[in-house]
Design a protein around this ligand. Sequence first.
Ligand SMILES: Cc1cc2nc3c(=O)[nH]c(=O)nc-3n(C[C@H](O)[C@H](O)[C@H](O)COP(=O)(O)O)c2cc1C
Length: 401
Amino acid sequence: MPDTIAHDSSAACFSAAKLNSLTLKNRFIKAGTFENMTSNGVPSDALNRFHGELADGGIAMTTLGYCAVENDGRLNENMMYMHEGIRPPLSVLIADLHQRGTMVSGQMGYCGGFSKNRHLSRRRPLGPSFGLNGLGIAQGMLFCDAMSVRDINAMVASYSRAATFMKSVGFDALEIHFGHGYGLCQFMSPKTNKRKDEYGGSLENRMRLPLRVLAAVREAVGDDFPLLGKISMTEGVRGGLHYDDAVEISKLLDKAGIDGIITSGGTSSMNPMIMFRGGNILPAMLKTEPSLVMRLILRLAGKAMFKDYPYKELYFLEQAKRIREAVNCKMIYVGGASSRASFDQLMAAGFDFIQLGRSLLSDPDLPNRAQADVNFVSRCTHCNECVATIESPEGIHCTQF
Ligand SMILES: Cc1cc2nc3c(=O)[nH]c(=O)nc-3n(C[C@H](O)[C@H](O)[C@H](O)COP(=O)(O)O)c2cc1C
């Protein structure tokens, strides 16, 4: 159970709690949602305003979505990658959020073999094994290549360098992305990892790279720095990772010294709708996808990839509870938490923190309002149109309010 500072169980979600050496003023953390407010990879004033509004709304810690650990780790060229060139705008952003009383986490991402980044240093993106790169079709990058052990070592070094940079620039915590079908998840998954060497085959082998990355990041930031990991409890595809695997994976991360596990699900490349249940995003994507080829592919194959998962409040609760029981580290719930009743339920179920995605897009001042009103329910309708705004020039936003 958490090192709770205030003991009023009726308002546990508004009590301070520790995450390693960091004290968060309440239990609300903004989930990583790639903002698309980093044109050509540079943090913009819009990004500052976006997180500033969340800070003023009472969130304890916000997360900068998808901070690629190196250039080739970006899904597209508008994403930030961690390098000295962006130190000035990042420092300003983080200092401003600190002044507003909010801590800042950075989501460390590496896309692996799933990329449409036209600025790659090589012809094709690299994943655990040779395969299709569905995202890169319009860019003529139909396939990804398999990493050599040298490439794997270079990737670990990139995480280490990025972690050192991120700590030095002022981030209060880091979140390693182990889920959603990105690079590390591709290694963890038997669906995408077909390697025959020590990085493929058994779960122990498939976890070798993710655990090396965790160790390298830990070494770079030190024992007292908060490190979170976001996992997909299920990929939602035959032959992929499922809930039973997630329990074993979580135990390994816990044993290796992670401070907190965020229990998400789904993969951006194969079955994204498990992650954000509610309105199907296919119609909005067909409207906003700029590439004719991708629109054609979406028309032909979209129904198979974008399956219907109707919204249900706290849709990952039962599976996340299994992990709560299996690990000692902090547990961060994500997925359909959008009312005060749900926040109280999560606290009572032993979760330490709550990550919020869509409900903070519709209600940036959610923590303050939920504190003032025990009957608070977010205005978010889970229509998921915000997901399609990920390509919008103005960045992600709620289309309803
Ligand atoms: C617009 C948008 C962008 C997202 N981008 C990311 C991302 O960059 N990284 C990530 O791990 N999850 C991303 N997600 C998923 C959220 O972090 C979260 O897991 C999901 O929305 C479920 O939480 P919710 O029900 O509180 O929205 C995104 C979600 C939305 C709506």
